[in-house]
Design a protein around this ligand. Structure first.
Ligand code: OGA
Ligand code: MN
Length: 286
C-alpha cells in the first residue's frame, strides 16, 4: 500500500504513520514519501527502530548514498556501513568520549544551523536520522524551512539577493569552533562548492533561500560584506515561526530535505550518551 497518513506538526513538518520502514519500499511507497517530502520538508516516523541494514536499504530506495565528511577522516568507523554517519558522542570502543576527544567537535559543529554536505557537489538531498540512545535532557534537533524564509523576505531583500552566489566550505564551521589543526592537504580534500543563494526547487517550483553555516563568502563581495549578508539571511531564516523542534524518543526516524531546510542539534550534556545514525542521499538531477 502506498498511502501514508500525514499529521502536520508545523506547516513544513508532519508525522507519518501507515508505513513500516523495516520492509522494502514499494515503488508506490517511494513516490508517496517523495511527494510528502515535497509538500512538507521534514517527516517524523515514530517507533521505527531500524537495524543498520534496514536503514541503508530504506535510504537506497530513495537515491544514491552520500558519504559526507568521511572522505576527510580515514579513521576507524564504529558502524557496519561506511555510508552511515555516526552522529554520537561514543568512541569506537563503545564508551562515551571525553569532552576533549576529537569527535566532540563534530557534535558541537552539528549545533550550528546547516544543510548536510552543502560544501560539496553533489550535495545531500534527504537525510534520515535514527535515534538509538537519547540523553535525559536536551539534545533536540531543530529544523528551519528555507522556502518559507524566501517567501517572507521583504521585496527589497529579494531583489538584493536574487542573483547572488555563495561559497560553501567544509571546514569553515570547524575553524569557527577553533578546530584548525588541518594539514594543507586536508584543507584541499574538499574544495569549496558554489551555490546560488536563491534557488528554485525543480520538483515543486518553490523558491528557497539557501543559506547555512557552510556558506562563508558571497561571490563578488568583500568577505566582510558577504559574511554579514549571510549572517543576516541566516538570522531571518531561523526565526521561531520557521522552526520545528524535534524531541527525540528511541526508535524515531526523522527525515529532512537538505535542499530546502536547515537543521541544528541543541545542547545536551556531553557526559551523557547520545547516539543517532544517519543515512543520506545525494541530490540527483533528472
Ligand atoms: C545530522 C545533524 C543534529 C543532531 O545528523 O546531520 O546535524 O541533533 N544532527 O544530532
Ligand atoms: Mn547535519
Amino acid at each position: 500500500m502506498g498511502t501514508l497518513h500525514l499529521t502536520p506538526l508545523q506547516p513544513f513538518a508532519a508525522e507519518v504513520t501507515g508505513i513500516d520502514l523495516r520492509d522494502p519500499l514499494t515503488p508506490t511507497q517511494v513516490k508517496a514519501v517523495e511527494d510528502a517530502m515535497d509538500q512538507y520538508a521534514v517527516l517524523v516516523f515514530r517507533n521505527q527502530p531500524l537495524t543498520q541494514t534496514q536503514q541503508i536499504a530504506f535510504a537506497k530506495a530513495l537515491g544514491p548514498l552520500d558519504m559526507g565528511l568521511r572522505k576527510l577522516k580515514g579513521g576507524p568507523h564504529r558502524l557496519e556501513y561506511a555510508e552511515l554517519a555516526d552522529i554520537s558522542n561514543v568512541k569506537v570502543d563503545g564508551e562515551v568520549a571525553d569532552r576533549e576527544h576529537a569527535k566532540i567537535v563534530g557534535n558541537v559543529a552539528n549545533q550550528l544551523w546547516h544543510s548536510d554536505s552543502s560544501f560539496q557537489k553533489p550535495r545531500a538531498k534527504y537525510s534520515m536520522l535514527s535515534a538509538v540512545t537519547v540523553p535525559n535532557f536536551g539534545g533536540e534537533t531543530e529544523f528551519a524551512d528555507l522556502r518559507m524564509a524566501w517567501d517572507e523576505l521583504p521585496g527589497w531583500r529579494k531583489q538584493q539577493v536574487e542573483s547572488l552566489h555563495a561559497v560553501h566550505y567544509a571546514l569553515h564551521s570547524r575553524f569557527l569552533l577553533g578546530d584548525n589543526q588541518y594539514t594543507e592537504e586536508q584543507r584541499k580534500t574538499i574544495p569549496p562548492a558554489i551555490w546560488p543563494l536563491v534557488q528554485t526547487d525543480p520538483r515543486t517550483g518553490r523558491k528557497i533561500l539557501f543559506v547555512g553555516i557552510h556558506a562563508c563568502e558571497i561571490e563578488g563581495m568583500t568577505i566582510a560584506e558577504g559574511r554579514m549578508l549571510l549572517l543576516d539571511m541566516m538570522e531571518h531564516a531561523t526565526q521561531r515561526q520557521f522552526i520545528y523542534q524535534h524531541h527525540w524518543q528511541v526508535g524515531d526516524l526523522v527525515m529532512w530535505d537538505n535542499t530546502s531546510t536547515l537543521h541544528r542539534g541543541r545542547w545536551f550534556d556531553f557526559a551523557e550518551r547520545r547516539e543517532l545514525r544517519r543515512a543520506t542521499t545525494e541530490e540527483v538531477f533528472a
